[in-house]
Unconditional design. Structure first.
Length: 379
């Protein structure tokens, strides 16, 4: 009799949990084999050792970045060593009007030595725009000397004072015209008082040719912007480049934002400080006019002129170079020797380059017509 087996019989239903259990157990067994049994009993005896066990796959530290960072720290430290003794504190007493009387007001700022015989560069506002009753200079060794004003310009917010000292350490002047955004910038000064004198902060050059408005009729042009921290008391202190050279004089910060400090480019004042050191003073050339920025003039007169920028002549001094050249009330000066004059600050900066007896060509706009006139500067 032939035996008969039914191959169409239904298989038993194991259930999904059985398969999950089998998978977990298999994974555990496989892990034990791969982690413990294979490396200790199989690799190198029965099976060849895999490359992963012979190759050094450890993560190596990227020492390059750290070394570069250390070099940056060393660089800032070196800048501090070379320049800390060149930064001074400046305290002043300025008489301020209050109703019908005056009261003394104390001020504090910073300055930087630019010559070993005690010539110091600072902000005009630090010394009360030259009107301070007393000026004292505090040196790193603790000495305090009286400061005498040799030159001051409130429009540029710069001044040169001198203390009766010898063989003090001057800082080196750099080249602010060669700056690029992103370069290292180091500020040294006396933020918030003498308790923090000669504090150093570092950052980068954040921007160039910036303008900030000081009041309704005055703004400072062509400033260096930096995120190196600048606070009240830092005014007049130096902004230094990666060579440890002065590239600017710290002058202001925007209080409503963080990391928005501004410095006056050192190249602006180089001709002035050189003459002050050589001659003991600086003689501005005399042009003999009173001018106002074009935009301010338009607002005051409620008019709109078809010119973008310039300085409007609103006053002329008798027998002055301006009168002798033929300038007239209402003329708009737009260029001096082909250099644009956008405002009074531009005019003042350009005039610093000339000496007594020099001649120049002024381009003016007179009632819509462009003219060129020659002017000779007096002292």
């Amino acid at each position: 009799m032939n035996s008969y087996r039914n191959y169409n019989r239904k298989s038993k239903n194991r259930g999904i949990f059985s398969y999950i259990t089998i998978a977990i157990i298999s994974g555990i067994i496989g892990g034990l084999i791969a982690i413990y049994i294979a490396p200790n009993y199989l690799y190198g005896k029965i099976l060849p050792i895999p490359e992963v066990y012979t190759k050094d796959n450890s993560i190596q530290p990227h020492w390059g970045d750290i070394e570069e960072y250390k070099e940056d720290i060393s660089l800032v430290t070196e800048i501090a060593k070379r320049n800390m003794s060149s930064v001074v504190g400046i305290t002043t007493i300025v008489m301020e009007k209050e109703w019908l009387w005056e009261r003394p007001s104390e001020g504090l700022g910073s300055g930087v030595i630019i010559d070993s015989d005690g010539y110091i560069l600072t902000n005009s506002h630090v010394i009360g725009d030259g009107k301070a009753e007393s000026i004292n200079v505090l040196f790193e060794d603790g000495d305090i000397e009286e400061g005498n004003v040799l030159w001051v310009d409130p429009i540029l917010d710069l001044a040169v004072i001198k203390a009766d000292v010898n063989n003090v350490q001057p800082a080196k002047l750099g080249d602010s015209d060669s700056l690029e955004v992103g370069e290292l910038a180091v500020a040294i000064g006396n933020p918030l008082g003498l308790d923090f004198q000669r504090s150093l902060t570092s950052g980068v050059i954040s921007g160039l040719n910036r303008s900030i408005k000081v009041d309704e009729s005055h703004k400072i042009e062509d400033l260096i912007q930096t995120d190196a921290s600048i606070n009240p008391g830092n005014s007049g202190g130096p902004l230094l480049n990666y060579k440890g050279e002065i590239i600017g004089i710290n002058t202001a910060k925007i209080k409503s934002g963080e990391g928005l400090g501004f410095s006056i480019p050192i190249n602006l004042v180089k001709p002035i400080v050189n003459e002050v050191i050589e001659e003991g003073s600086f003689n501005n050339v005399y042009i003999g006019l009173e001018g106002v920025n074009l935009d301010i003039y338009e607002k005051q007169e409620n008019i709109s002129l078809d010119i973008e920028d310039g300085v409007v002549v609103v006053g002329l001094m008798p027998n002055s170079p301006a009168v002798n050249s033929g300038l007239q009330y209402g003329d708009i000066i737009t260029e001096i020797d082909e250099e644009l004059v956008s405002n009074m600050t531009d005019l003042r900066k350009i005039l610093y380059r000339y000496k007594v007896g020099d001649k120049s060509i002024l381009k003016i706009n007179r009632e819509g017509k462009e003219l060129e006139i020659e002017i000779e500067f007096h002292e």
